[in-house]
Design a protein. Sequence first.
Length: 197
Amino acid sequence: MIALIRGHLIVKTPQYAIVDVNGVGYKVFMPLSTFSRLPDNNKDEVTLHTYTHLREDAIQLYGFLSAEERDFFTTLITISGIGPKMGLNILSGSSLSELMKTVESEDAKRLSMIPGVGKKTAARIILELKEKLPSISPFREEGGIDSAIAGDALSALVNLGYTRAPAYDAIKKACKDSKKMSIEEIIREALKTMVKG
């Protein structure tokens, strides 16, 4: 399984990129959220976290700028009726943190606004993802925050019984003034914010 590709960006389109790794060009399918953050200049070096999808007639790579986006995608496609194409479609419409908040708040109406996602599919996505979300950290998108520590703090708060969306916002607020905090400090500051709220 190819889990990561680092090389020079040769082709960039809204559907895929071609990355040259030591003379071999890898075609990597991606969501629009990844496409929009790729460098504009060809020949720039890029690193993509990838998922290898095996079919009887093809081997396809799906790429993302963060491991969290890839993990969300791989979790998403384990849901019945959600294939890689729909998974990319879902990730193309919103940022990872927005998608997580949508799932946490059980906003099936918002999710069903994504082309190809009906009401029943949206309800199934929410039902199946809610249990799995604490293992996926959305903090890689937040510049400067240690995503591993913040993700562990989020999991701890969820395990304490707090809902994910308010806990996520409280941790972001706690890390706003000082990015270099221990997990204990983050949890303590986040709890203060939630108790006040």
